[in-house]
Write a protein that binds this ligand. Structure first.
Ligand SMILES: *Cc1c(COP(=O)(O)O)cnc(C)c1O
Length: 372
């Protein structure tokens, strides 16, 4: 067997992530690798922190990128904040809420699950009732943008509820960051994690995380040591801060961080509000076309994510056959249904660089042809 270079085709990525990557981001990725403790690299990391603060709309001093994908950002929040015996209210309206529950249990915590239908947002009143029944709960955990269903939850209302009852919040913003409004400080959210490969249109493998001063306090006053060495944020902090005299924790993914820096510069130049509006506009365009093809949305209009459009398969259509035809004939990837929606829905992503007219037009034309 001879193995030579791997040269992937140019696909248009309109699934649940990774999304189409900005050409400028791929260019940034191929710039020369320098040492991760090089003064120039440290300067770049400081800029990266400032750019992440802008994206998250926060002044939190602790705003970094974990050197691993979104799932590691999720785990970072849980292993640092949950101690054995802690009660955590976990909202579950799709795949990622269930993963949060699993994280709580693995940290030795007790998960109080608030279930909502797949495709529905988290019910704020159900959460309030759960808090009333468990006044000793320490943390409220929920997914802002449920990528498995396309539902957007009211993070502002849940953040306010957590504060009202003196709880911390852990928020999954993997798909929401850069795609829909997310105001970490104004909404009083404590531990928020995201991913590089969704609406930031950067390469996969990095997880932006921000922790509020209240969350940092809780970490500092822990009784039990943090079970994960790699994700122990009190150690990572020494690496991401410390005014020029940084200590070695792990080798930063140097080139991936150039890429994240570039994608955040692009977001800043566009402006967050403009980026949110672009996602909305492209969603409206796609929606019109999908409805003209007779497809209907899984999520009610008021809770729909513009960046993740889940639609039911038409009667008698072979899910896998359609998706492979799109891939082979149009180099177009759309997402399959996940969990309760497997085989029943498609998930069409309009994330970051992918949220543009050419993509909407290609997707509608390809679907129309293939479905005929
Ligand atoms: C994609 C995603 C994750 C996981 O991110 P990975 O980078 O795949 O580990 C977590 N939560 C949500 C809501 C996601 O969409």
């Amino acid at each position: 067997m001879t193995i030579s270079s791997f040269v992937p085709p140019h696909r248009t990525l309109m699934g649940p992530g990774p999304s189409d990557i900005y050409p400028q981001v791929l260019q940034a990725l191929s710039r020369p690798t320098i040492g991760h403790l090089d003064p120039l690299f440290i300067g770049m990391m400081d800029e990266l922190k400032a750019l992440l603060k802008y994206a998250f709309q926060t002044e939190n001093e602790f705003t970094i990128a974990v050197s691993a994908p979104g799932s590691a950002g999720m785990e970072t929040c849980f292993v640092n904040l949950v101690e054995p015996g802690d009660k955590v209210i976990v909202c579950r309206n799709g795949v990622f809420g269930e993963r949060m529950r699993e994280n709580v249990v693995r940290c030795g915590g007790e998960a109080i699950v608030v279930d909502d239908e797949w495709g529905a947002p988290v019910s704020v009143s159900k959460v309030e009732q759960a808090i009333a029944e468990h006044p000793d709960a320490k943390i409220l955990a929920f997914v802002h943008a449920e990528t498995s269903t396309g539902a957007l939850t009211d993070a502002k209302a849940l953040g306010a509820l957590a504060k009202q009852y003196n709880m911390l919040s852990i928020v999954d913003a993997v798909t929401s960051l850069g795609g829909v409004p997310l105001l970490v400080d104004e909404w009083q959210l404590d531990a928020v994690y995201s991913g590089s490969q969704k609406c930031l249109s950067c390469v996969p493998g990095l997880s932006p995380v921000t922790l509020s001063p209240a969350a940092i306090e809780v970490i500092k006053s822990r009784q039990a040591p943090i079970q994960s060495w790699f994700l122990d944020q009190s150690l990572v902090l020494g690496y991401w801060s410390g005014e020029g005299k940084r200590s070695y924790h792990h080798t930063a993914p140097v080139n991936s961080l150039y890429a994240l820096h570039e994608s955040l510069v692009l977001l800043k130049n566009e402006g967050l509000e403009n980026a949110w509006q672009r996602h909305k506009d492209m969603h409206m365009l796609l929606r019109e076309g999908l409805e003209n093809l007779g497809l209907s949305f899984v999520v009610e209009e008021q809770s729909r994510l513009p960046q993740l459009n889940a639609v039911y398969l038409p009667e008698g259509v072979d899910d896998a056959a359609v998706r492979s035809q799109l891939l082979e004939e149009y180099n177009l990837e759309i997402g399959a249904g996940l969990g309760a929606l497997a085989g029943k829905a498609w998930r069409i992503g309009l994330m970051g660089y992918g949220a543009r007219r050419e993509n909407v037009a290609l997707c509608l034309k390809a679907l129309e042809t293939v479905l005929k």
